[in-house]
Design a protein around this ligand. Structure first.
Ligand code: FES
Length: 315
């Protein structure tokens, strides 16, 4: 993975209650790597040793001079959002290069973007790209009254192609109608709370949308089950490291004295990838492609485990 970027907070915006938007730039003001629409970065800005958190980039993906993120404050979370809400102009943060698991399908005939709450962030990135390249696009944005992040941006970009929905009944009815009334070749992209995305994808599937035209963006894998216990065998030393239920492979390896690079510990940054020599990984990350998962020769050890009782690692 490319080296993390050391960026400076250039501005913060707290206009929408509970949501902080942060603009990050290079200390020298130079250009930042471009990115695929829908990309996220992992931002590390908490106390020493704190894990990073993944946030979608909301700005223009072409030749950016700044990265912008918008973060909903969650007081019950792991702390990442509170740390972002404590940032002030001039603070330094570590940011991974952008990574995408939610890119637009360029061959799509039309793009239907469906956002729920703060899930609007990658949807905004998709919308910017669709408008820039003249693609046919429609946006549905479900939000609480008075709590819509980036509403002005969406209005400016989408115009009449934007529909805002602020109550469940209207949302359900409108979603049903719009999903049923799209030309063949339309791709659906959705991001928001897990229950919201389940509602959107279930409605689409019931209307006959094929899975390859439904795209979902998750922000992390907080709710994983504790998993079955297994043994990790380290090929270089022949050591066996037990991995109990409820303990991640990463924690077990660190407990055995190994140093494994990591950032997010949530299966979203890709930093903790380790090579698999034998055995079948049980992949639970949001980074590896389907082909990489099928190859079974690597896994992200912060969230993924063994499908059987033993996994041999090239460590
Ligand atoms: S530490 Fe980020 S994917 Fe494992």
């Amino acid at each position: 993975m490319s080296a993390a970027l050391d960026l400076v907070v250039a501005a913060v915006d707290d206009t929408v209650p509970g949501v902080r938007s942060v603009r990050l730039v290079r200390p020298d003001g130079g250009a930042l790597p471009g990115f695929t629409p829908g990309s996220h970065v992992v931002v590390t800005c908490g106390p020493p040793g704190a894990p990073g958190n993944a946030y979608s980039l909301t700005g223009d993906s072409v030749a950016p001079r700044a990265y912008t993120i918008s973060v909903l404050r969650l007081d019950a979370g792991r702390g990442g959002s509170r740390w972002v809400h404590a940032l002030t102009t001039g603070d330094r943060v570590e940011v991974t290069p952008p990574r995408s698991a939610f890119p637009p399908v360029l061959a799509a005939r039309r793009h239907l973007l469906v956002a729920g709450g703060i899930g609007v962030t990658p949807i905004l990135s998709h919308l910017r790209s669709a408008v820039r390249w003249g693609r046919d696009v429609e946006v549905l944005y479900a939000h609480r009254p008075g709590a819509a992040a980036h509403l002005d941006d969406l209005r400016d970009l989408a115009g009449d192609a934007l529909t805002c929905l602020t109550d469940r009944t209207t949302l359900g009815d409108h979603l049903q109608r719009r999903l049923a009334d799209q030309p063949v070749g339309t791709h659906l992209y959705t991001c928001g709370p897990a229950g919201f995305m389940d509602t959107v994808t279930l409605a689409a599937r019931r209307l006959g949308w094929p899975d390859e035209r439904i795209h979902v963006e998750h922000f992390g894998v907080d709710d994983l089950d504790p998993g079955e216990p297994f043994e990790a065998v380290l090929r270089a030393s022949g050591r066996t490291v037990p991995v109990p239920s409820g303990t991640s492979l990463l924690d077990a390896l660190e407990g055995a004295g190994l140093s494994v690079p990591n950032l997010c510990r949530q299966g979203v940054c890709g930093e903790c990838r380790v090579p698999v020599a034998a055995g079948t990984p049980l992949h639970r990350d949001l980074v590896l492609t389907d082909a990489e998962k099928a190859a079974a020769d690597t896994l992200l050890c912060c969230v993924s485990r063994a499908a059987d009782d033993r996994l041999e690692l090239d460590l």
